[in-house]
Ligand binder design. Structure first.
Ligand SMILES: Nc1ncnc2c1ncn2[C@@H]1O[C@H](COP(=O)(O)OP(=O)(O)OP(=O)(O)O)[C@@H](O)[C@H]1O
Ligand SMILES: [Mg+2]
Length: 251
């Protein structure tokens, strides 16, 4: 392939773009990178690469779709900034094909008119953006319903809204969309068994250390909380905290 053909291939295909960065996308990551669905839900295990994959897609959009606004949202500004840092690393790794115009902890603006902006998942602060080509809500199960309602109108009519999360019980907009959102949402489910990041040994180690409730939710990707649950999700999680001393020593 000539250099020009290679450049064209990576402009057209985010999976080729990722590969040139040294990121060999797994099958589910390739599906997500290439998806043209305007509404996407990703329910996944911890640490399978959802933030990394969506960061690559975000930079691909900003670089190859001039004038595009990319909004990055997660439960806190700190986490959103962290995602923007990932994007910046991707942008550096691909050799900054479009120069930077302005840069801060919460924004990266390119010469082609594209902008990547990190926003907190808190009410009020996110107003004033419109026409986003890509809006990412990471850790969506922990983002409040009000925020989802507030940011939905910010997506352009031809824009993509991607909500990614590890499940967190049967509550909130992420679960509601997953369970009842209808066919307008493309769903990607990635349990620990579908991720190349987990060997059987690593799965066994995790299973032994977190307990069955957390394993089912955070690694097998089930929305395990129910209305009939006697103890709330947080109490059950707290019961698995490693630093709780056993009641009876030496047992
Ligand atoms: N295809 C891949 N090639 C190489 N490394 C990968 C790949 N997919 C994921 N990883 C690695 O897996 C790790 C976890 O990635 P990332 O933080 O994006 O996962 P996550 O699902 O967002 O995790 P968390 O649940 O903690 O938010 C990173 O070190 C990332 O580079
Ligand atoms: Mg993540």
């Amino acid at each position: 392939m000539t250099a020009l053909a290679g450049d064209l291939a990576q402009a057209l295909d985010p999976v080729v773009f990722a590969k040139r960065l040294g990121f060999a996308a797994e099958p589910w990551q390739s599906r997500l990178l290439r998806s043209r669905a305007r509404r996407q839900l990703v329910a996944s295990s911890r640490q399978v690469g959802k933030t990394q994959t969506v960061s690559i897609r975000a930079v691909h959009t900003a670089v190859y779709d001039p004038g595009s606004l990319v909004l990055l949202i997660s439960p806190s500004q700190r986490q959103s900034d962290e995602m923007l840092r990932r994007c910046r690393a991707v942008y550096r790794a691909c050799g900054r094909p479009v120069p930077t115009v302005a840069e801060s902890a919460t924004a990266l603006e390119l010469e082609n008119g594209s902008r990547l902006v990190s926003l907190p998942g808190t009410e009020g602060t996110s107003r004033g953006f419109a026409g986003a080509k890509l809006l990412v809500i990471d850790e969506a199960a922990r983002v409040e319903d009000d925020i989802f309602a507030a940011v939905l109108p910010m997506v352009a009519s031809d824009g993509v809204l991607a909500c990614l999360s590890t499940p967190w019980g049967q509550r909130g907009f992420f679960h509601a969309l997953w369970a009842d959102g209808g066919s307008g949402w493309e769903r990607h489910k990635v349990s620990v068994y579908e991720s190349a990041q987990y060997t059987p040994e690593r799965i066994a180690e995790v299973r032994a250390s977190v307990g069955s409730f957390v394993f089912a939710s955070d690694y097998e990707c089930s929305f395990t909380d129910t209305d009939s649950q006697l103890f709330g999700t947080e109490s059950v999680r707290a019961a698995f905290t490693a630093d709780v001393k056993p009641l009876f020593g030496g047992m």
